[in-house]
Design a protein around this ligand. Structure first.
Ligand SMILES: [Zn+2]
Length: 369
């Protein structure tokens, strides 16, 4: 029987109302299950980490553009030695991509992490590097170089892995301090031909980018400490060629001896870290130098210094990937900073293949970058 609004059951209950009540219960259950799934997926996303750092899983759709009023970026160029030796077009593409994306990423600085060339004695390699770096000079993009072991003279006839002469290098002929200060829109200060820092201004904040020699000598570290003390209201990142092993631990020993069979006058990473980490204005230490059996090295972690500040430890080196179809070929890192000079995100990107292989959020609210 019907009355136009209600279907009655034999016991006289309105069936429509029963169905509606059932529908409401099902809808509530549906919403509840949806909310639970959302919470679970957020949980999975937040705990999907590498060394405590969030890793994005949606890289293909991630934009490389940033709001230049709020953020700026620094590009790290890892070891180019094999590119310069065998495929200089990889290095040239990296540099041209940086120039073309300068505005989009508000690029304030480029730091090369050392081992520009494969063999210091081979002038043609320096000529090639010089020609490609000139593109950055002409674009007036500030850059610096943390000299690597291959950029020093190894001395003729000695085992390459055991011999290094600090003062005899073609590096300073092609990259004298005047080259950096001439082109740079960042104020630049040098200790000598192998050690300098540039200052990036962003709003009222100031960031010092140090490029330090391989295994810095004691007097160089003293110079760095003096500057960090004097400019304690500035933040600082440090580039030095050899600092981390592939697993992110500090390189334990310095590997080179000089022509008199003495250990080179330099300090291992444990000493660098011990001295530098005392300063709470340090926000990052960047290095190259180490590769695995697949031809690359990549590691990032956020470390807490003794003063409680977070310091990003970043290793990257893609030198032995020379196949132009390998998604990682010529990868660089894009470090994104905010107004407070915090490193929000580090993206690993190949300008050759367009592949974004990693995107690490170091600060929780940087997911949209
Ligand atoms: Zn090296």
């Amino acid at each position: 029987m019907t009355d136009g609004k209600c279907i009655f059951t034999e016991s006289g209950l309105c069936l429509n109302k029963k169905i509606q009540r059932l529908t409401n219960i099902l809808m509530s259950l549906f919403i509840l299950v949806g909310l639970m799934l959302l919470v679970v997926s957020c949980h999975i996303s937040n705990t999907d980490t590498t060394n405590g750092i969030h890793t994005d899983n949606t890289l293909a759709s991630e934009s490389l553009e940033i709001d230049s009023k709020k953020y700026f970026s620094i590009i790290t160029l890892p070891d180019t030695q094999k590119f310069i030796h065998f495929k200089p077009e990889i290095f040239e593409k990296q540099i041209r991509w940086i120039i073309n994306n300068r505005k989009k990423l508000n690029i304030k600085h480029v730091i090369h992490l050392g081992d520009i060339v494969d063999e210091d004695e081979d002038i043609s390699m320096w000529e090639t590097a010089d020609k490609i770096f000139t593109l950055l000079d002409e674009a007036k993009i500030p850059y610096s170089i943390a000299i690597g072991n291959h950029d020093y003279s190894m001395g003729s006839g000695a085992p390459v892995s055991q011999y290094l002469v600090r003062e005899k290098s073609n590096y300073s002929k092609y990259f004298p301090s005047t080259r950096f200060s001439r082109l740079s829109t960042n104020a630049m200060h040098s200790y000598d031909a192998y050690n300098n820092y540039q200052i990036i201004n962003f709003g009222n904040a100031k960031l010092m980018v140090f490029a330090l020699e391989l295994y810095p000598r004691d007097r160089v570290l003293t110079w760095v400490k003096d500057i960090l003390t004097e400019y304690s209201d500035y933040k600082a990142v440090i580039g030095t060629h050899a600092f981390l092993e592939l697993d992110g631990t500090l390189i334990r020993d310095i590997e080179f001896i000089d022509e008199n069979q003495q250990v080179i006058d330099g300090k291992p990473p444990s000493i660098i870290w011990e001295k530098i980490s005392k300063f709470e204005n340090i926000v990052g230490i960047l290095c190259g130098h180490r590769i695995n059996s697949q031809g690359f090295g990549s590691f990032i972690k956020s470390v807490q210094g003794p003063k409680g500040n977070r310091v990003v430890h970043l290793l990257s080196d893609y030198q032995n990937i020379l196949d132009l179809n390998n998604p990682l070929v010529g990868s660089i890192n894009i470090l994104i900073f905010d107004n407070d000079l915090r490193i929000l995100k580090v993206k690993t990107f190949s300008p050759i293949t367009g592949n974004l292989s990693n995107s690490y959020s170091l600060i929780g609210d940087s997911e949209s970058l």
